[in-house]
Structures are given as C-alpha cells and as structure tokens.
Design a protein around this ligand. Structure first.
Ligand code: ZN
Length: 497
C-alpha cells in the first residue's frame, strides 16, 4: 500500500493499515493511532484526538489508543462495530486482560470462515474482578481487531447479566448479545422435593409475572406427551411440577430482563442468550422444553440457550463425566433447540473441553455457540513462564495462597495437596504447571486476586509486570493464543459436518 503514512517516520503495524472514509488508518509503534487525511472533504479528524501535523499532502493525526479514538474507529471503520450473529455457528473468546484479541483473530483466521467470532465478551463478575468497565472491554477488542486487520465482523457478548442495571451498562458500551443469567431464580431444591412440597411451591410462583394460572399451566402440559424428533417428552404431574417450580421464577426473570432490553435498546439490533448453566443440577430435556415453551409464550426471542448439561464443565480443564451420557444429553437438547427455535445450544465454560467438541458439533449440526473465557489468561501465564520464570513462580505461589478463598464462586475440584509446591519445578519446567490439572485450575480461578494484589506500598504486585511483559512480547502471546484456540475452533469449523 502506498499511503502517505509511509512518508512519516512511524513504525506501522502493517496488518492494521486500511484506507476508509477518506483517510488512511494504521496502528503505530508506541501504542498510537495514525490517520492521514486523503480526501480533504472528510470530517474524520473531528472525531479523533491527538496531535495534528500539517504534512505537505494534507493533515496527519497521531493520537493515543483512547476511548474517543476507539469510538471513532468503530464509527468510520464499520466492520469494527459489533453486530448480531444470529444462529450462525459462533465462538466467544473472552479476554480478561484486554490484550488477547490479536491472538484470537489469528485462531479464527487459521480455521477458515466457518465460525462467527465474538471478540468482546465479559461477564459482569469478571469485569468486577479485573476492574474493567464494559466500555474498556469493548475498546480492547476494537484495538485488537484493528491491529490484526480483522474485517469480517464480530459479536459482543455482555455475559451473565443478572440485573437491568447490568443490561443498561452494557448497552451504553455497544454490546449486541445479552446473556441473561436467571440462575439465582432457579430452585435447585425442586429436584429432591416430594409431591406435597412441590404443590406448595407451585402455588407460590409469581403467577402474575408469568401471565398464567395453575389451572392454565396444568391444561397446557399435564398428561401430554410432546414429540421432539427422537424424543417423547411426557409431562406427568411430577415432571411438570418439578419443571415449573425449578424454573418458573427464572422464566419470569428472563422475560422481565428481555422486555427491559428490548425497550432500552430501541431500534439498535441486539440479541439474547438464556443461560442456566451455573446451577447445581442438570437441566433435563423436558425441563428445557418447558422453559423454552414458556419463554415463547411470554414473547421472548433468543438466539442461544445454555442448559446445565450432565457431568461437570469445570474451568479450564476437559469434561469430567460419562461422554456417551453427555452425547445423549447434547442430542436431546439439540433436538429441543431445533424444534422450538431453531436456536443454538451454548456451551459455557467451553475452554479445554476437547473431548466434547466433536460430539457437540455433530449433535447440534452447527447450531452451537462455544463460549470460552478464562484460558487466554493462562496463555498469558504460559508466555510469562518462558520469558520471566521468577515472575511466574511468584504468581503461582500467590495463587496457591488465594485458591481456597477464590474457588468459592467457580466450579472447580482442584486440591492444593495434589498441586506441586511453588518451589518444586525447576525453571525450565514451570510451564508444566499449566498442564497439571490441579495447578491449572488454581492458576485459572485466582486471576482476579493476582491482578488486584498490591505490595506493601500499595503498588500492584503483579499486574504492571504482567502487562509490560505481554506488551513487550505481543508475537509470543498471540502465537500461544493461536495454538491454543485453533484446537477449540477446528472441530466446529471442519467442512462436511
Ligand atoms: Zn456461563
């Protein structure tokens, strides 16, 4: 490309260079945005901040990677603006540090065009832990896509939203996919409750919010059998009452959140995911059928749904449980999703579930969303383990101290006693701690504490060192991420499925 930016003494990131909106745009060394005006009628400089130089061919702006400049990128390079993904096969690639999108882009590119990526994705819980705002998550993804020259679109997932305030905060930042998590309204006790307790619990459901009555509910389901492809879902009284008591409040909550979103979003295109993956007991196919039917009755539309599958989807490790049983479960849930949608099944805690991907791709026939969140951080630690072993060892030692506290809000089963001591591995073998089950989970769930840890003087104990190392080795980090995520995406991208 022979843009005018060449005439300046800027070290340009070549993949980022693009001509659009009457200007040439590029990322330059030193975390700067460079924009050269090619068409004097363009107004792009009005939206940018930085230093404007009057070059002989026209003005050139050099500015910071700031929120204002990120917003200007999304406005004038519209492919950086998140869009809705619909029911295309898709993958969410959460990035807790805000530096992983270039590596994620490379992984998506490597497996070909079959997967719609969601580069901006973060739950409110993880934003709180990492001290980031929805706008920062969005901007980090924007800069990462820009750096790599990604022009094939992205979704943006505001993950695990629990309140209408969460929805509003993410709308303001331009997210397009809203993952509603009604988990706090799921009554896990219903599974073990006796008929008398179930009847009492049923009577106390929020019938007005459900726009329903007990008689109406019984009339629609009781004694009926619904045929869903290979399944026959029979609703005897125990099945119906259990489904309604377990998920009734959750259905009412999702409907409330969905209506709020629709009203607040106005004409902006947004889409919805329903996730009940973080509950104690699995979602049966009949319960899935009931939840989806009731949400439809209440006028809710969604593109993906995450049931709680059988077995254990722990963070950052492969599936724990009976694979044939999971395959049967996936087949049943996928059948319900095809008949009552079609919508996608969403696989949460999807990192490292290598044994699950082939059967998930097969049983869903591509109507699937794979959601990965935390292992980009582990790939950052892998980069650290090689480049700065003492820093990695210090982070691991601290993670061991924090684990018993931090594990509380995650599905993990690692035991400190089974994980190597921090002093044990020689420097060359430190990265093996990322492969050992227990140390891997320990490192995975303690990221928030690591980022927030302060030394006696109040300065960050690890965060600054971690970021400056990753920023000084963007290629090493991006390549680690690419290798890791190609393994996740390939089974969903393979042709001939
Ligand atoms: Zn989840």
């Amino acid at each position: 490309m022979s843009g005018r930016l060449d005439a300046l003494n800027l070290e340009l990131v070549s993949a980022s260079r693009v001509v659009a909106a009457g200007a040439e745009w590029a990322l330059a060394a030193g975390a700067r945005l460079a924009v050269s005006v090619l068409d004097e009628r363009t107004r792009v400089l009005d939206d940018l901040e930085g230093e404007t130089l009057d070059h002989q061919h026209g003005p050139v702006l050099v500015g910071p990677m700031s929120p204002r400049n990120a917003a200007a990128l999304r406005r004038h390079l519209p492919w950086l603006q998140p869009c809705t993904v619909g029911t295309r096969t898709s993958a969410g690639l959460g990035d807790r540090l805000g530096l992983a999108t270039p590596g994620h882009v490379r992984a998506v590119r490597t497996v070909g065009g079959g997967i719609a990526p969601v580069f901006a994705q973060q739950s409110i819980r993880e934003m709180t832990r990492t001290g980031r705002t929805p706008a920062q998550v969005m901007d980090d993804a924007t800069w990462g896509m820009f750096a790599e020259g990604w022009r094939d679109g992205t979704g943006a997932d505001a993950d695990h939203l629990k309140t209408t305030e969460d929805v509003d905060a993410c709308l303001a930042a331009g997210f397009t996919l809203y993952t509603i998590d009604p988990g706090e309204h799921v009554d896990g006790g219903a599974d073990a409750a006796d008929p008398k307790a179930l009847r009492a619990a049923l009577a106390s459901l929020p019938w007005a919010a459900l726009e329903d009555t007990e008689a109406g509910l019984r009339g629609r389901y009781l004694g009926r059998t619904f045929e869903v492809e290979h399944l026959r879902l029979a609703f005897d009284e125990a099945t119906l009452l259990r489904a309604a008591v377990k998920y009734g409040r959750a259905v009412a909550h999702v409907a409330r959140m969905a209506r709020h979103l629709r009203k607040a979003a106005g004409s902006r295109p947004v889409e919805l995911e329903v996730s009940v993956d973080e509950t104690e007991t699995p979602t049966t196919p009949a319960e899935h059928y009931w939840v989806a039917s009731e949400l439809r009755r209440l006028g809710v539309a969604w593109v993906s749904l995450a049931p709680r599958f059988v077995g254990r989807f722990e963070k950052g490790v492969d599936y724990i449980g009976d694979l044939p049983a999971l395959q049967g479960d996936l087949a049943a849930h996928a059948a319900v999703a095809r008949q009552l949608g079609p919508y996608k099944l969403s696989l949460h805690s999807g990192s490292d579930k290598f044994s699950v991907y082939p059967i998930a791709a097969q049983e869903t026939r591509g109507l699937v969303h794979l959601k990965t969140a935390g292992t980009s951080y582990l790939e950052a630690l892998r980069t650290v383990a090689v480049a700065d072993p003492p820093l990695f060892r210090a982070i691991y030692a601290f993670a061991r101290e924090r684990y018993e506290t931090d594990r509380a809000s995650y599905h993990v089963s690692a035991e400190l006693a089974r994980a190597p001591q921090a002093e044990a591995p020689p420097e060359g073998e430190l990265k093996d701690l990322l492969e050992q089950f227990d140390s891997r989970e320990i490192l995975h769930v303690t990221f928030g504490s690591v980022l927030r840890a302060a030394s006696a003087g109040g300065r960050p104990r690890f965060k600054d060192a971690l970021f400056s190392l990753l920023q000084s080795r963007p290629e090493a980090y991006a390549e680690n991420l690419k290798r890791h995520f190609v393994r996740h995406l390939q089974p969903f991208a393979s042709p001939g499925r």
